[in-house]
Design a protein around this ligand. Structure first.
Ligand code: UFG
Length: 318
């Protein structure tokens, strides 16, 4: 299939572009390189530099494409609360431009990178797709609204979508093909790596009084190559007639912050200086996915279920 990967030079997008290319799809990457990096591009794939807010450029890049994978978004939760305007324009207006360009060019399928943030503070763990949708930050709100726009464009214009609700995306391509480390990430593992490389003095663990076995927060860490394979399967299922869906992507296994620290110490052989700090506002104690629906509908199976193996893929490129 001819696929436009929007945000294909970014952290997750580059892994998706690799998976598509490897299974014989014709990939055109569209990316404004604001957080994506040229070093992440594969020479086998076409590249068009452009911004989703530049409608004529987007329309021109979409000509002749049968499907779209949409990973172009701002994703910093804290920033979305302080500066919602960027999230309104980039995430919401940008996504509407993509849907409108699909109608105009006749592209039929879209796989969208959504987030567990659409659930907010879930009451029941593990979280399945029937859980209430109550985002507690503006970032999560934008993801949920885009899912709703896609439902309408399906109803009104027949555009079929899969929204993939990622839990905690981590890791790097194990074959070393993706060279650009994510820049400026505020997520746990990138911060841990900055401590190991001496860029930061210590890791602040946000809260050790949560109602979990060791008091630190539990998350479902899903390897980025497993996310990538789900995009590929979602696209192929849509083309095979699967109706539009929203699907969780996680391993179903929880790992606490302390367990991440222990895994990093085992894998790197170094000790990681930590200090305990106050809870970070808005952090749920436990967030674990029920991803049975993705397994059943896509035939998807995450390959990385061992946290040490995941951490190894991060440590290797540092
Ligand atoms: N953490 C620390 N210290 C740090 C950074 C993180 O203790 O310096 C802890 C957090 O408190 C949390 C865990 O590490 O318990 C993971 O934190 P991340 O910031 O890596 O990830 P989140 O679970 O907060 O966020 C992820 C995605 C978001 C998404 C959110 C909700 O990165 O995009 O899940 O689904 F919105």
């Amino acid at each position: 299939m001819k696929v436009l990967v929007i945000g294909g030079a970014g952290y997750i997008g580059s892994h998706v572009a690799k998976a598509l290319m490897k299974s014989g799809h014709r990939v055109r990457v569209f990316d404004n390189l604001s957080s994506g990096q040229e070093i992440n591009l594969f020479k086998q794939n076409e590249f068009v530099k452009g911004d989703i807010l530049d409608y004529p450029a987007l329309l021109s890049a979409m000509q002749g494409q049968e499907a779209v994978i949409h990973l172009a978004a701002k994703k910093a939760v804290g920033e979305s609360m302080e500066n919602p305007m960027i999230y309104s324009s980039n995430n919401i207006s940008g996504s509407l431009n993509i849907l409108n360009a699909m109608v105009e060019t006749g592209a039929k399928y879209i796989v969208f990178s959504s987030s567990a943030a659409v659930y907010g503070m879930p009451e029941k763990i593990p979280v399945d797709e029937t859980a209430p949708l109550n985002p507690i930050n503006y970032y999560g709100f934008t993801k949920l609204e885009i899912e709703k726009f896609m439902q309408w464009y399906d109803r009104l214009k027949g555009i079929k979508f899969v929204a993939l609700r990622y839990f905690n995306a981590v890791g790097y391509d194990a074959e070393g093909d993706i060279l650009g480390k994510e820049r400026g990430s505020q997520n746990l593992l990138p911060i841990v790596m900055e401590v190991l490389s001496g860029k930061r003095e210590k890791l602040k663990i946000f809260g050790n009084d949560y109602p979990t076995p060791n008091g630190t927060c539990i998350r479902d860490y899903i390897h980025v190559s497993d996310l990538a394979s789900a995009h590929l399967l979602a696209l192929e299922k849509l083309a095979g007639g699967m109706p539009s869906q929203s699907l969780n992507l996680g391993t179903g296994k929880g790992t606490s912050v302390k367990e991440i620290v222990e895994a990093v110490e085992r894998v790197s052989g170094k000790s990681l200086p930590v200090e305990y700090a106050d809870r970070r506002p808005g952090d749920p104690a436990v967030l674990i996915a029920a991803a049975d629906k993705a397994r059943e509908l896509l035939g998807w199976q995450p390959q990385y279920t061992d946290i040490d193996k995941i951490v190894e893929t991060v440590w290797r490129i540092n």
